[in-house]
Design a protein around this ligand. Sequence first.
Ligand SMILES: [Fe+2]
Ligand SMILES: [Fe+2]
Length: 310
Amino acid sequence: MDGIFIKREKVDFLNEDSKSDLFLLLEHEGLEIMLQSIDKGSFIWITPTDGKSTVEFFYILKGSLTLEANHEEISLNANDCFYTKDLKGKVLLKSDTDLKVLYIATGPVFKYLDNLYGDLEYLLDKITEKDEYTKNHSKRVRDFCLFISQKLNCTETIIDNLVLASLFHDVGKCFIPDEILKKDKDLTKEEYKEIFKHPTYSKKLLSGRFSNDITEIAYAHHERLDGSGYPCGLSGDEISLEARIISVADSFDAMTSKRTYNEPMSFTEAANELFSQDDKYDITVTRALKEMADSGELVKRLQEVHYDKL
Ligand SMILES: [Fe+2]
Ligand SMILES: [Fe+2]
């Protein structure tokens, strides 16, 4: 039939097991029509487009999400739609369930997003294939970093960089042998030396995929203010605010998580403990964490992103 074009691929899009992915259905004179799958518990930023008035339209085919902008939240469900035009600031999209979305843009976004998702997927696979604990730990550290940096009124750039750096801070653990990484206790000196290499491996994996700022935050997540951390033994002002936040979030999650060799501390106990170690951790950061732990805000915000540990 003249003028009619039928495409039959990607018909399995609505199947349960199709994972986070972006399919380009049609591109015509700059207009792009895409289908997007997003896993439950993902964060996606919708950002202003430089100088161009691109309209981005989203129709939720399946699942539910929360939009967050200007400290306001709105929940949307299947059959709801929204679009962005002349955005002034960023919008955070959080998937409350696995999501399927019809995504239409009046300007070219597919190539950029496809490359970005390809890199993110590669790194997430690296973390996931290592062990379940590291995968869940990485997501929780990302959330703690987000909550703390918002509490401290950090800039959008700091928050964006922290969210990505924290999600991938331990990706270098994929190069540490399992028999060392999963050993419960009594690591030898040599084994510790191996463990201490993981921030360097994370830096190698993130370099070229993300900006230097993001790479350096992940690299410095085990540095401590008194110089007792690793891999560089940085101290005081040599450690960026972002790295100070991630070090608190990382330690906090380790202290409050169920591991085979230690009993988890409560949120308030762990926050108090970190607050008291002001030689190692930035007191502005630990104070913000302690306030959120004491007031119950931390539990409330984690429940919103549905973590099983609560
Ligand atoms: Fe680490
Ligand atoms: Fe970690």
